[in-house]
Each structure stands twice: as structure tokens, then as C-alpha cells.
Write a protein that binds this ligand. Structure first.
Ligand code: PLP
Length: 224
């Protein structure tokens, strides 16, 4: 298995190319190393390579690694989160990428002691297997968050389908960006909605070209 450092150098090159292609600044892009497949030791290797943001999609994986790594990393919760588990993770994570329902927002608001930056997960492609709100549900959902002072909607997140077709993938990312633009222009104080969490190992270059600010990379960075 290649070192995280080697993988990261390659990924940074790909990000730079995508930024050149689209007139963006690589500093606008945050890499989240998704460590759900790998050991705490490998996650530590990512930190030593200069990564500061780690992502986990399950409570158990997060707690296990948090015990070893603690607050040396900024932790991102990227998977579907059951409301009853919020209290176990809320004081350890810096962002949630998978806010998709009111009951979850209510629980975050209740358990957090400060505003938690949350991405609203959107099922842009409409695949049944995917979590997230339908695009037309997002604005009413954001309206419903107004009284939850500990939930701050900082952006939108999506998972693209597992397809090869570039134009179709770009279409998914563009739809998310257009929705982000619409919401951002509303200037909600509880929902600045500036960021786009999109792009994984197979599609992050396209996602960066289409405006991603947070990319979540597992297999090609730390391994499977
Ligand atoms: C696993 C996972 C990733 C990373 O996937 P790779 O294809 O291994 O890069 C990104 N986002 C979410 C929500 C995930 O569950």
C-alpha cells in the first residue's frame, strides 16, 4: 500500500489541475480523509502527512479512532446519523455532512452547546438507495431550521451515483451548486449555505471543477 504522503501528493496535483481548468484557487478546497475503511494507525499517518480533517460515517468508527487521535484532528461525521446517537458524537465532531431531517436537527440543537456547522444532504440523482432530501425539499427544510440556534446550515452535500459518464456526473454537481447559489442569495442568517461537500475518490476532480469546497476522499488517499 502506498504511503498516505504519496497518495496525497498525487491528489493535490489532481486538485491543482482541476483548479487550473476551472479558474479556481486550490486553497478554497478542504480535503477530508475518510478513514472508515482503515485503522487508527493509518489515520494517524494521514495526520503526519499534513491532513487535519478526518471523516467517519459511523458512530463506532468515530469513537474508536477518537480514543486514539482525539482533538488532534477535526472530525467530520459523513454518514447517516441516528438521532439517538447524536449525544455520543456531538462533542467530538466539528461538522456534520448528513443533515437530512427535522428530527435530527432537533436533536443536534438540543444536545450541542454551540452552533454546529451542518451540510444538508441532498439526493440530487434521485436514486432510491441514497439518503438525502429531494432538491425541492431543501428550501422548506432550511426555513424549518430557523429556531434551532445550534444548527448552522453551512452548505449542501451530495453523493454522486457510481457511473462513469462525465457529463452526467457534472450534471449532478451543477444541480447542487445551483441550489446552493439560490439559497445563499437568500442571505439567511441561520443558513449561510456557502459550501459544497461533493466529490469522492472517483469523481473529485470533476466535483472541484464544478465548485466543490469540501471533498471526501477515502480509498484513493488512505486506502480501502
Ligand atoms: C465512504 C465515503 C466517502 C469516501 O469514499 P471513497 O470512494 O473511498 O473516496 C465519501 N463520502 C461518504 C459519505 C462516504 O460514506
Amino acid at each position: 500500500m502506498a504511503s498516505v504522503e504519496t497518495n496525497l501528493a498525487h491528489i493535490n496535483q489532481q486538485i491543482n489541475t482541476a483548479c487550473e481548468n476551472s479558474g479556481r484557487n486550490p486553497e478554497e478546497i478542504t480535503i477530508i480523509a475518510v478513514t472508515k475503511y482503515v485503522s487508527s494507525q493509518r489515520a494517524e499517518e494521514a495526520l503526519h502527512a499534513g491532513i487535519t480533517n478526518l471523516g467517519e460515517n459511523r458512530k463506532e468508527g468515530l469513537l474508536e479512532k477518537y480514543e486514539v487521535i482525539g482533538s488532534q484532528a477535526d472530525w467530520h461525521f459523513i454518514g447517516s446519523l441516528q438521532s439517538r446517537k447524536v449525544k455520543d458524537v456531538i462533542d467530538k465532531i466539528s461538522m456534520i455532512h448528513s443533515l437530512d431531517r427535522k428530527s435530527l436537527a432537533k436533536e443536534i440543537n438540543k444536545r450541542a452547546d454551540h452552533p454546529i456547522p451542518c451540510f444538508i444532504q441532498v439526493n440530487v440523482s434521485g436514486e432510491e438507495s441514497k439518503h438525502g432530501l429531494a432538491p425541492e425539499e431543501v428550501i422548506p427544510f432550511i426555513d424549518s431550521l430557523q429556531n434551532y440556534k445550534n444548527v448552522q446550515a453551512v452548505g449542501l452535500m451530495t453523493m454522486a451515483p457510481h457511473i462513469e459518464d462525465e457529463e452526467q456526473l457534472r450534471g449532478v454537481f451543477r444541480k447542487l451548486r445551483a441550489l446552493r447559489d439560490t439559497i445563499r442569495n437568500k442571505n439567511y442568517s441561520h443558513a449561510p449555505c456557502e459550501w459544497l461537500s461533493m466529490g469522492m475518490s472517483n469523481d473529485f476532480q470533476l466535483a472541484v471543477e464544478e465548485g466543490a469546497t469540501h471533498i471526501r476522499i477515502g480509498s484513493s488517499l488512505v486506502g480501502e
